[in-house]
Design a protein around this ligand. Structure first.
Ligand code: AP5
Ligand code: MG
Ligand code: ZN
Length: 214
């Protein structure tokens, strides 16, 4: 199964992808996480991506397409994947179509997580993740059961993204509307676009996605 989660910054792509990974054994392919790993490792791609990400703009289509194509060739992806953050432009969507056909894979569904921009700044600026296992949390909407302790791994260190400032989020939202939202009619025309209410509570969004998949 190959799924795309499509939605604005803070729509809940990563949150739901982690759940689908746990419940369906799919592999979450988050291009944002891959780029952050490249920045942390100081690779050539990371050096190029850092300032682009901090401005809330997009890394080049060539780089992103290459990263995803190479990742899809790894054996764990045979179990099925959730694309979280890719494609983000029409050029990336075209490239994905041709790489999947070359690899004899097919796209099963594109799930749009519909949200209003108003809630997204609070979601993004309140977000943090466990530094050890990557589990995601939120200051108001998703706290660990015991304050300061990760539910999943017991770790006590957390980190925040450098692009999660109110100012950068506004620029990321603009980028989404200009460059990524045009993919919605692209996938609607192919008859594979589905929608969930990204404004609902996290568990309810999960239920809506599960209902689409069953
Ligand atoms: P990326 O990491 O993909 O960031 P993004 O698209 O801006 O999305 P986010 O990760 O911010 O949000 P999310 O939808 O995953 O929300 P989450 O589940 O965390 O990309 C970062 C950058 O990398 C880009 O700006 C770009 O520069 C570059 N990049 C990446 N891919 C690229 C590509 N293909 N091409 C070019 N450049 C690329 O939820 C947010 C918070 O809200 C969490 O705290 C969560 O707990 C909470 N929350 C989630 N759902 C709900 C809910 N239903 N109700 C209440 N709270 C909720
Ligand atoms: Mg994310
Ligand atoms: Zn953890």
């Amino acid at each position: 199964m190959i799924l795309i989660l499509l939605g604005a910054p803070g729509a809940g792509k990563g949150t739901q992808a982690q759940r689908l990974q746990a419940s369906h054994g799919l592999i979450q392919l988050s291009t944002g996480d891959m780029l952050r790993a490249a920045v942390a490792a100081g690779t050539e791609i990371g050096l190029q991506a850092k300032s682009v990400m901090e401005r809330g703009e997009l890394v080049s289509d060539d780089i992103m397409t290459r990263i995803i194509s190479e990742r899809l060739d790894q054996p764990d992806c045979e179990k099925g994947v959730i694309l979280d953050g890719f494609p983000r432009t029409e050029a990336q969507a075209d490239a994905l179509d041709s790489m999947l056909s070359d690899k004899k894979m097919a796209l099963n569904a594109v799930i749009e997580m519909k949200t209003d921009d108003g809630v997204l700044v609070e979601r993004v600026t309140g977000r943090y993740t466990c530094a050890k296992c990557g589990a995601g949390y939120h200051d108001s909407f998703l706290k660990p059961a015991k304050e300061g302790v990760c539910d999943k791994c017991g770790g006590g260190e957390f980190s925040r993204r450098s692009d999660d400032t109110a100012e950068t989020v506004k620029s990321r939202l603009q980028t989404y509307h200009n460059q990524t939202a045009p993919l919605l009619p692209y996938y609607k025309d192919k008859g594979i676009l589905k929608q969930v209410d990204g404004m609902a509570e996290i568990d309810e969004v999960t239920r809506q996605i599960e209902a689409l998949l069953s």
